[in-house]
Design a protein around this ligand. Sequence first.
Ligand code: DGJ
Length: 728
Amino acid sequence: MIIFDKENRVFTLHTRSTTYQMKAGRHNVLLHTYYGPRVTEEDLSYLIRYADRGCSPNPPEAGDDRCFSLDTLPQEYSTCGVGDFRLPCVEFALPSGSSSADLRYAGYELRPGKYALEGLPAFFGGQEWETLVVLLEDAAARVRVELYYGVLEEQDLITRAVRVVNQGDQPLSLRRCASLCLDFQRSDLDLITFDGCHMMERCPARAPLRPGVQGVDSARGTSSHHHNPFVILCERETNEDYGLCYGAMLLYSGNFQAAAELSQYDSARLVMGINPWHFSFRLAPGECFTAPEAAMVCSPAGFGPMSRRFHRSIREHLIHDPMAGRRRPVLINNWEATYFDFDAGKLLEIARTAAPLGIELFVMDDGWFGGRCDDNRGLGDWWVNREKLPGGLEALAPQMEELGLGFGIWIEPEMVNEDSRLYREHPDWALKIPRRDPARCRNQLVLDFSRPEVRENVYGQLYPVLSSAPIRYVKWDMNRSLTDVWSAALPPERQGEVYHRYVLGVYEMLDRLRRDFPDVLIEGCCGGGGRFDGGMLYYTPQIWCSDNTDAIDRLRIQYGTSFCYPVSAMGAHVSVSPNEQTGRVTPLRTRGAVAMSGTFGYEMDLSKTTPEEREIIREQTAFFKEHYDLIQKGDYYRLTDPFREGPYTAWAHVSPDRRQALVTVVYGSVRAVQSFLTLRLKGLDPDARYRVSGEERSWSGSVLMNAGWPLPMTRGDYQSLQLYLEAE
Ligand code: DGJ
């Protein structure tokens, strides 16, 4: 519910359990007054304190009032160069050469429904949303800034976006344009970021705010394996079930920055948006720039409810799922089974084993096109390699279908190898800086996706391939960071636009793919989880979580990922043991239990499995299908933290009506002497009585949640347990 109190010029955004408020204050400065647990209707600006602070300047309208300073007031969208020295949201390069920005309240608009952003991903929906647009103006710079707020009351979700319009008669540049600013009049907060590297993505890192600026960013052209565009600010005591926390996600797949500043007089500010590093966007008179959307959830009751709000909002209002209402297929991917060494015969051999095991889709990974016999060549040449696949996809896909398997393919449209026809014909289409030899990574270069003709060529190659056969699934991969970013198509003063235009180009092509092939399930991938963000999820309903398929490492990766992103978005596969990345030996049952807490699949040469293993796989796919809705659409509860060296990791999926639950427990390496372990469950109906799989009698939800469930002792490393609970 959005309420505007005209008399006090206060905007209050109520969600089911939170309240967000801003006020057009004195001198038309837009002040942030509150974000937290839901409160009654009040003008909360009484919380803002004014004092004459020595080094804090006063705007000219304040006259003799030395207590009014942009430097100390909580701002809704911070400016720079005119008195606020903290993290700015916006910075211009004005025709005069000045970079200052001074924004004042100029009006508002209330709209039913949810705003959309042209060319950019955004949460969507109908009348369950409300939109507020607050207008700000910089009279001297002749710039209008529109702040967009979308309120999804039921899920406590507030989205934000920003549009900047050049209202002057000369061009100007934007050097910084953040999507989200949150000012707190307190300093006792922790910042949690989700960090890592290739094969160990999104590990939570928590630290108290310290004076100055801290945060994470990406300058790799993707959101990156290294830091995720999702952060949490929380109180010191906040944990899964207790305490105040604020989650903030940016729906953007390129360079981003999430920075928190603890400033003088104990105030804190969080700013999130496109990374200002190497960013500058030129606006001709009348032109506008739209910053990517950000979304926030405040939870007064810990991380668990916050995550569940994000999960549901993402599932229902961000992901366009072509399978909507239907189960997504259990897949088999040939990458770890064959790498580049395959032909149609080998793929069909794996497929013939897969189909009777309950697997439903065959994904042919990298290596099927051009001269791609290894990772040094072929990218850019999107025609079928007839040596490997003599009949082409038009023969292979129907053969798969006859076996009862849908067929999907891998692509990496943004890349080119120098050893390719595309590169030989268009060497200037790769990102390269004049007179510099570009850095190679996996021996490939990045195509300049900011250029429409480059995208057109690649799409023009892919379209006939995708139309040539019944293709049900596409894995869109992207295997290197951007370097040498310079576009031959833009003048020097516009080179600061290339990173962003690249991302817009990727979005445009994904959108086209989605529209031209509406029934095709697209899985995002970026050397595993290097572009796992809300922006990609808008186009690709699932994303390959990590190139690390080791079930025990995956406990951590999937745990960290779950703070923002739902299980139904996390690509997860069972692979061989010993694992290809770690050499670790794990039971097949455990690998299955971990992978089915994602979008379930296999990535191994099934033709080499034993009859016993095939029986386990058959049981796993049947179990997954039976409990699909519970796992993929249920509420997710983290029961332990795998980063604390406990004896086991556990989580649960609980149906929204709390009638069913699936609890998964994965033990660590075995010990001769084991403690008596009791797992207390979460999310159940305290008054319902639950039957537990394998047991004769039932227990009440309150008993299972408070007294707990005795865990059996185990033999052998990394054993697991799946308990299915159903209310009587
Ligand atoms: C990186 C992906 O994450 C892998 O799953 C695989 O598709 C390879 N690329 C293929 O090159």
